[in-house]
Ligand binder design. Structure first.
Ligand code: 13P
Length: 281
């Protein structure tokens, strides 16, 4: 069954765990995520299809695949549109049957971001679709596949976040508190103090982007301060590519079907590690 993320994130928010949101762009990644979630015994999972992966797969194909994998596994799945700056693509995802959308107006001035997010919420909510928006901005780390290399870190302001949530009616808010998209150059410096103030001001599920490479204790500290959805992309790709490279350096090159099957397992390994960190049920 495909679903939106409202019930999942509300339960996570009140019970103190986070739902994993893992980036997918083909059969292997989607299958790896669903297999790992099923094996971990969690009650649901989010497969996040970023608008930037439209070159890999259409919205309708992503929907059909997510539906089939969810039904086959007997696991509720939220098919989520990740990072989308284009409102028409957001509407196309809603029409295609996505359960949630991230309208990303974080590069716009506050007023424009809030006005666009509000418009998206009105349409999405009328269709039973959940909405995530972002306030503040993440920097880019190593091997980042989101945003651009010159993205600057701008922490989310707690009072602006409170106003934004109230004005837009958004279901979940992505915040910037020191995580980066991609891998960390050193130890991540997460501003738990800011996160705590945002949580107290907003009272809705918060989203942590840039999940790759955050240590387990830091993840747990973020969950204790309102983070209910955590996004992971880079580490899944880096690990699967590294292992695929090993497969391809064997004396006898593998058949493409074998390489693809192995990749499902590599994706599932990383996803399982994070699901265990997130403490889901
Ligand atoms: P990472 O690539 O750092 O895991 O971040 C993923 C993300 O935030 C997707 O929206």
């Amino acid at each position: 069954m495909l679903t939106n993320f409202n019930a999942m994130l509300r339960d996570a928010y009140t019970s103190g765990y986070a739902v994993g949101s893992f980036n997918v762009y083909n059969y292997e990644t989607m299958r790896g995520v669903v297999d790992a979630a099923k094996a971990a015994g969690v009650s649901s999972v989010i497969v996040a299809f970023g608008a930037k992966y439209l070159a890999n797969m259409s919205l309708n194909d992503a929907k059909a695949l997510a539906q089939s994998l969810s039904d086959g596994a007997g696991l509720p799945v939220c098919l989520h549109l990740d990072h989308c700056k284009d409102i028409n693509t957001v509407y196309a995802a809603i029409r295609a049957g996505f359960g949630s959308v991230m309208y990303d107006g974080s590069a716009l001035v506050y007023e424009q971001n809030a006005a666009n997010t509000r418009r998206v919420c009105e349409v999405a909510h009328a269709c039973g679709v959940s909405v995530e928006a972002e306030l503040g901005s993440l920097a880019a780390g190593l091997e980042s596949h989101e945003g651009s290399a010159d993205d600057k870190e701008v922490y989310t302001d707690p009072e602006a976040a409170r106003q934004f949530v109230e004005t837009t009616g958004v279901d979940a808010l992505a915040v910037s508190v020191g995580t980066v998209h991609g891998l960390y150059k050193g130890e991540p410096n997460i501003r738990l103090d800011i996160l705590e103030r945002i949580n107290a001001a907003c009272g809705i599920p918060l989203v942590l982007h840039g999940g790759s490479g955050i240590p387990e204790e830091t993840i747990k500290a973020c969950i204790a301060r309102g983070i209910s959805k955590i996004n992971v992309n880079t580490e899944i790709s880096s690990y699967a590519v590294k292992r695929s490279k090993e497969d391809l350096s064997a004396e006898k090159l593998p058949h493409l079907s074998v390489l693809a099957k192995n990749q499902q397992g590599y994706v599932a390994e990383v996803v399982r590690k994070y699901i265990d960190f997130f403490g889901g049920k």
